[in-house]
Design a protein around this ligand. Structure first.
Ligand code: BTX
Length: 323
């Protein structure tokens, strides 16, 4: 609710200090009893709040979940994540975001869950999304761009997540075109961009992001144990998921504003900074066959350029890449 959001904003500004009940009820425009009810709600969700007479309330501990309340506590964005739809367990956050978008949800609406029972990758592949360990979320965008440019948003998202990982985990990850983020050669992040559009107009783009954060190696299913990793495995310590979500949303919002104003160029430069496969030999499996060659880079449109043995350049719009 709006009141809850204001309350969390107050607590973020207080930064761990006390806020008096009087001040809270003034800012929120509600009674002291109503304030107390909101505080009780937060406690039920796992927040630890200290209440001291004459000083008021302060947050001592957050529950380490990815609920709307926890993400909004300290969120610095203007629109991204200002409305959050949280659920403990969903089939796929993409599915819910798609429904909300269809019902008219605003740009920046975020769907996030502790667990997905049917998380999806590209081409209906499975995305493992175990409870309480990762970030499984979908963001609704309504960009005023032609539909054929939508794949650029995947690259933009990869940059935002890479920046956030660098900031919060102190690891510089690799971006693998088009939609993976790797650390030490293993997959840590997957991005799935889905488009609802007429031939000439986008209705909405749903950006699905799956980030392995706190899994230990044995928490990965056997079939991906050798190809996947988590931030905690690579860094050697746990990371607070809600804070990482806040950082990702902030970076995403900034890059998106830049993108709408200046186009893909500035994003491309940032992207290249993280793309280690450029200049190396890769194999691209496309719907029309497999091509082996040197990855030359991406075009100003975000299309991958691949030079084969006969020095012929292929422009690849979508493929699976093997390094
Ligand atoms: P992708 O098709 O590039 O990758 C899927 C492949 O990645 C799988 O076939 C498997 O080999 C491997 N894989 C599956 N789960 C994991 C994992 N947890 N970590 C590392 N590798 C894995 C990538 O698709 C796009 C994934 C997007 C996931 C988000 S989560 C929120 C949103 N909801 C939803 O259902 N999907 C998106």
């Amino acid at each position: 609710s709006d009141t809850r959001r204001k309350l969390l904003e107050l607590f973020s500004e207080a930064n761990g200090d006390f806020i008096s009940g009087q001040k809270i009820s003034e800012v929120l425009g509600c009674s002291r009893t109503a304030v107390w009810k909101h505080i009780e709600e937060l406690r039920k969700e796992g927040f630890e709040l200290e209440a001291v007479r004459r000083l008021g309330y302060r947050i001592v501990k957050t529950p380490d979940k990815v609920t709307a309340n926890e993400i909004q506590l300290g969120l610095k964005t203007e629109t991204f994540g200002r409305y959050i739809h949280f659920e403990e367990e969903v089939t796929s956050t993409q599915k819910i975001a798609l429904r909300l978008a269809y019902e008219g949800a605003k740009e920046g609406t975020l769907v996030i869950a502790e667990q997905q029972t049917a998380g999806r990758g590209r081409m209906d592949r499975k995305w493992f999304s175990p409870k309480g360990t990762g970030i499984w979320m979908s963001l609704i965008l309504r960009p005023p761009i032609p539909p054929q440019k939508a794949p650029q948003l995947t690259l933009l998202t990869a940059v935002a997540i890479a920046q956030a990982i660098q900031e919060k985990a102190n690891i510089v990850p690799d971006i693998k075109w088009p939609n993976d983020i790797l650390i030490n050669g293993k997959k840590c992040v997957g991005i799935l961009t889905e488009l609802q559009a007429d031939p000439d107009r986008i209705h909405s783009v749903i950006i699905g992001m799956g980030i392995n954060v706190n899994q230990t190696l044995d928490q990965f299913p056997e079939e991906i144990r050798t190809i996947a990793t988590s931030l905690a495995i690579e860094k050697g310590e746990r990371i607070q998921r809600a804070q990482l979500v806040q950082e990702i949303l902030l970076r995403l919002e900034r890059l998106y504003q830049q993108y709408l104003q200046y186009g893909f160029r500035p994003i491309k430069l940032l992207w290249e900074g993280y793309a280690t496969s450029i200049g190396k030999e890769i194999t691209a499996r496309t719907l029309n066959g497999t091509i082996k060659g040197i990855a030359l880079g991406i075009t100003d449109e975000g299309v991958l350029m691949l030079e084969d043995e006969e020095k012929h350049i292929h422009y690849i719009h979508s493929a699976d890449i093997q390094l």
